[in-house]
Design a protein around this ligand. Structure first.
Ligand code: HEM
Length: 147
């Protein structure tokens, strides 16, 4: 089981209570699809992902960004049980969606960048470390059902 310090718990909860989930999810997923274009292949049904402007303006990308953030919010509510909480999501991403698990870290890094840009000077190294640990636990929980 993952151990969290009081600082880490409070920081993770604070981040998720402060940020605009819809905006952060939208920007992070957009960034991921632009910077790592091979990730677009999983979203063929989303329609036009032709260039950065099209990706940013695509309502399916915005909606899915929020879906991802809802998944993270659920993990924040279940910090002591993230592995079990994400068990079904892991099966979905591996067995149904066949997402290359290396991509989880790429999206996690985009989330970090967008949260950092949103929080500005309150995104200290300690805050980043707490978010980094949280997202590493998320990635590991998403990878658990891959074999
Ligand atoms: C679906 C979360 C990373 C591709 C989903 C869903 C959630 C989610 C909550 C909806 C599941 C449902 O409908 O029951 C996450 C989280 C991620 C992550 C928390 C990492 C931080 C990725 C990555 C990719 C990906 C990196 C591909 C590059 C997809 C696809 C769907 C999906 C294609 C289905 C979309 C649809 O059919 O509308 N994800 N995901 N996910 N995810 Fe992820």
């Amino acid at each position: 089981m993952v151990e969290w310090t009081d600082f880490e718990r409070t920081t993770i909860q604070n981040i998720f209570s402060k940020i605009d989930h819809s905006a952060v999810g939208h920007q992070a997923l957009t960034r991921c699809l632009v910077v790592y274009p091979w990730t677009q292949r999983y979203f063929a049904k989303f329609g036009n992902l032709y260039n950065a402007a099209a990706i940013m303006g695509n309502p399916n990308v915005a909606a899915h960004g929020l879906t991802v953030m809802r998944g993270l919010e659920n993990a924040v509510k279940n910090l002591d049980n993230i592995k079990a909480t994400f068990s079904e999501l892991s099966v979905l991403h591996s067995e149904k969606l066949h997402v290359d698990p290396n991509n989880f870290r790429l999206l996690a890094d985009c989330i970090t960048i967008v949260v950092g840009a949103t929080l500005g000077s309150s995104f200290t190294a300690e805050v980043q470390a707490a978010l980094h640990k949280f997202l590493a636990v998320i990635v590991s929980a998403l990878v658990q059902q891959y074999h």
